[in-house]
Design a protein around this ligand. Structure first.
Ligand SMILES: O=P(O)(O)OC[C@H]1O[C@H](O[C@H]2O[C@H](CO)[C@@H](O)[C@H](O)[C@H]2O)[C@H](O)[C@@H](O)[C@@H]1O
Length: 302
């Protein structure tokens, strides 16, 4: 359980005391698997996952945040057992490219670009599958291009800045920016956003996340998927959301408000979160997902 893992991985340092007490409030989801499976009896489990830091390790280069083959195998199994959606800050197509599974639903741009199961409005994706696209910030695309170009131009002088175009959102990575230049970068972003007040900025892991200033976030995307899957107001659903970053907090909040399911934060250090449970790293996420599959197989064979 949590404590044994702690002593083997962290050693007896001052920090582990803080982590241990945080763990009491956000117990390891691995330790709660049995309990969770008994609560879910008769309910439909639906899985929601963030990508970076949840399905793939955080790495210095965003282009290299690959998922392991093992994680992909587990995810495929999970999605064969339960409806599964990935809700990422990245461009949706980019996540699809990393994940390469067609039994998973995808949302990109922090939930602003949803490819949902087929319902009334029909589109076709690259593989000619019928899908429903929900893109509530479509009208902001031309402006987003301008913000992207302006930011790229103005931040050129700062070494280490990496600006990622996430379709409806923009990520300004500062992982490789010198500490002395950070203030300048922040000022540049706020100057640009003063000119484009339809956009706002928040902070992620060594990244400034810029997105249209509309009332739509990962929490709304989660609700949208539930609605489409037919569980909008249902009591018979048990949604599990696993994520590691600030934008995932909106989805944790939705689960807390619905009083349903398991909000799980991925973190090996104490952090302020609305999640009720925790997992330390993507490897534990994989273990947890595998645990769900195994237990679900056991239940159906008894
Ligand atoms: O919602 P997510 O799927 O978690 O996406 C959030 C951002 O993740 C990526 O950036 C983060 O991961 C990178 C790769 O490990 C890392 O280099 C970076 O420092 C992290 O912030 C992604 O590149 C962003 O576009 C996403 O918005």
């Amino acid at each position: 359980m949590g404590l044994s893992r702690l002593s083997s991985t962290e050693g007896e340092n001052a920090f582990s005391i803080e982590y241990t007490s945080w763990l009491m409030e956000h117990p390891s989801a691995l330790d709660k698997l049995e309990q969770m499976m008994s609560i879910t009896k008769g309910r439909k489990i639906v899985i929601f996952l963030d990508y970076d830091g949840t399905l793939s390790d955080i790495v210095p280069n965003p282009e290299e945040a690959f998922m392991t083959h093992k994680m992909r195998r587990v995810l495929r199994e999970v999605a064969n057992h339960f409806p599964t959606a990935i809700i990422s800050g990245r461009q949706r197509e980019k996540v699809q490219d990393f994940v390469q599974l067609n039994n998973v639903y995808y949302a990109g741009s922090h939930g602003l670009d949803i490819e949902a199961p087929l319902n009334h409005t029909t589109n076709f994706d690259d593989m000619d599958n019928e899908v429903v696209l929900h893109q509530p910030a479509k009208e902001f695309l031309p402006e987003k291009h301008k913000v992207f170009n302006l930011l790229s131009e103005r931040t050129k002088s700062i070494k280490g800045v990496n600006i990622e175009d996430n379709k409806f959102c923009i990520s300004v990575h500062y992982r490789h920016v010198l500490a002395k230049d950070l203030g300048t970068l922040e000022n540049m972003i706020s100057t640009v956003l003063k000119e484009y007040q339809n956009f706002r900025v928040s902070k992620g892991k060594m990244v400034f996340e810029i997105r249209p200033n509309i009332g739509w976030n990962k929490g709304h995307a989660l609700e949208y998927f539930l609605e489409y899957l037919g569980f909008g107001t249902s009591d018979d659903v048990f949604p599990i959301y696993i994520g590691d970053d600030r934008t995932d907090e909106d989805a944790f909040n939705v689960l807390r408000k619905r009083g349903q399911g398991f909000p799980i934060v991925v973190s090996a250090t104490p952090k302020d979160t609305k999640a009720l449970y925790s997992l330390r790293e993507p490897k534990e996420v994989m273990e947890f997902l595998l645990g769900l599959v195994v237990r679900s197989n056991n239940t159906s064979s008894t």
